[in-house]
Design a protein around this ligand. Structure first.
Ligand code: ATP
Length: 462
């Protein structure tokens, strides 16, 4: 059972330090969020899991971190200046702006229409203006002179930084086709549609990889290229399921219709998740052909090619692009992990059932009480563990409440130190602690000498 609704997650995120609405002090700032102490850990863990699967565990992919402020002609070559537009309509009565495609898809509620069938303002039923094209890129200005030559754009995606570095990577890393270049970083889009929490924000993080391969033998019927596309779709779907632990029945592949495809694309498939409001995109896997490298070659006047030593020919590689949203994946990881179940007393227990590899805190060390005799022992355990795993120490409130708190932030293991551990009434302690499993709530006694091994077993991939 995923989270019943978004509000439940939004409130948990704020209460427990995952995500805060930005600039609340000044009345908030639409579609922007700040990541709190647990949110940064969760985001970092998802990014690391992606990097591990896409770069470290493969021998055909390398990493890159290209500049954010990009040469303006890059966005001319990529087509973003001319075509990265959304159709915008204004209400003539209340002046509110709407994205026409989202309005028609029912994103703002049931579509109201006039007698002629024209859509009306979702807010007050007012007449709408003709659609205007609105560019989603944020403009900025370099230097002190405000003329057109000083305009730069904040990147709306990470891919172009990869294409313009293709030759640098081939030459410096002696790469042979096929190979990929991966990058994770912030992107910016001046989104008009009000976001659903971090599902759609103005500033978000992406995890993208461009996989360069030999051009197909037959451009019109690129069978081996489409086969590679299918392999990447399967690999990426498996990552959400097997590495992040997202429930398989809430994931699906949606192939784009011909009409949705860009003119250069040989196919695009989205990995979608069943959000509380319906299916929505999590990642797009696009077969981009040789469009981008050719476009940058044309715009710069410097053809971008690869020298094939076997045929002694220069060729333009074709590309498969798996493009995932890190912050959107984080939203899915939270929604999917959310569970409500009865505790041992029959009360409601909220648990974030994260896989250990993504859990922000792996272990909580909890002395049974604030008693002075327990503290040195518990602190010693805490000091021993925190160099290896993200660990919290908490001695306030009742042990039951501390367990609930750790369940609610998804900590896989709690370690309790009690009087049996340290000894009391002249008896020596057993030098052992209690390990409590988040999901089963089972408790086992483990000697401190075996603790590291027991935790390694319970925290795979951490
Ligand atoms: P959408 O149709 O939802 O606007 P898109 O098709 O424009 O997405 P892509 O350009 O394919 O998105 O970007 C790749 C991924 O980046 C998306 O699958 C999504 O996870 C993420 N993403 C795109 N726009 C946003 C945004 N405004 N906020 C958060 N994540 C985003």
């Amino acid at each position: 059972m995923p989270a019943p609704d978004l509000e439940t997650i939004v409130s948990l995120c704020k209460r427990r330090g995952f995500i805060f609405p930005a600039a609340e002090l000044y009345g908030g700032f639409a579609n922007t969020y700040d990541y709190g102490p647990l949110g940064v850990e969760l985001k970092r863990n998802i990014r690391d899991a992606w990097w591990r699967a896409m770069v470290r565990e493969r021998d055909d992919v390398v990493g890159l971190d290209a500049a954010l402020i990009t040469h303006p002609r890059v966005w001319v070559a990529s087509g973003h200046v001319a075509t990265f537009n959304d159709p915008l309509v204004d209400c003539k009565k209340c002046r509110q702006r709407w994205r026409l495609d989202h309005l028609l898809e029912g994103d703002y509620g049931p579509v109201k229409r006039d007698a002629a069938g024209n859509p009306l303002c979702p807010n007050d039923g007012g007449e709408l203006t003709e659609p205007r094209q609105f560019n989603l890129m944020f403009k900025t200005q370099i230097g002190t002179v405000a003329d057109d030559s000083a305009i730069a754009y904040l990147p709306p995606e990470t891919a172009q930084g990869i294409f313009i570095n293709f030759e640098n990577v081939v030459n410096s890393m002696r790469r042979k086709l096929p190979f990929g270049i991966a990058q994770t970083r912030v992107s910016f889009r001046n989104e008009i549609t009000p976001g659903k929490f971090v599902f759609r924000t103005l500033e978000f993080e992406q995890m993208e990889m461009e996989y360069f391969c030999f051009p197909p033998k037959d451009r019109e019927n690129p069978a081996e290229y489409l086969e590679l596309h299918q392999q990447w779709i399967a690999a990426r779907l498996a990552w959400y399921r097997d590495t992040l632990g997202i429930e398989a029945s809430r994931l699906r592949i949606r192939n784009h219709e011909k009409a949705e495809l860009s003119h250069y694309s040989a196919g695009t498939a989205d990995i979608e998740y069943l959000f509380p409001w319906g299916w929505g995109e999590l990642e797009g896997i696009a077969a981009r052909t040789d469009f981008d490298l050719t476009a940058h070659g044309n715009e710069s006047g410097h053809p971008i090619t690869y020298f094939d030593e076997e045929t002694h020919q220069h060729l333009v590689p074709w590309v498969i692009e798996p493009a995932a949203g890190l912050t959107r994946t984080l939203a899915v990881t939270l929604l999917d992990a959310y569970t409500e179940e009865p505790d041992e007393k029959g009360d409601k227990r909220v648990v974030l059932k994260f896989r250990p590899n993504v859990a922000p805190v792996k272990i909580a060390v909890l002395p049974l009480s604030k008693n002075e005799t327990l503290r040195p022992f518990a602190r010693k355990i805490y000091d021993m563990l925190r160099t290896s795993w993200m660990t919290q120490y908490d001695e306030t409130q009742s042990i039951g409440r501390r367990y609930r708190r750790q369940d609610e932030i998804g900590t896989p293991v709690c370690i309790t130190v009690d009087f049996q551990s340290v000894g009391e009434g002249g008896n020596t302690g057993d030098d052992a602690v209690t390990l409590r499993d988040r999901d089963t709530q089972e408790q086992v006694r483990i000697p401190v000498a075996n603790l590291m091994a027991a935790l390694r077993e319970r925290l795979p991939g951490c």
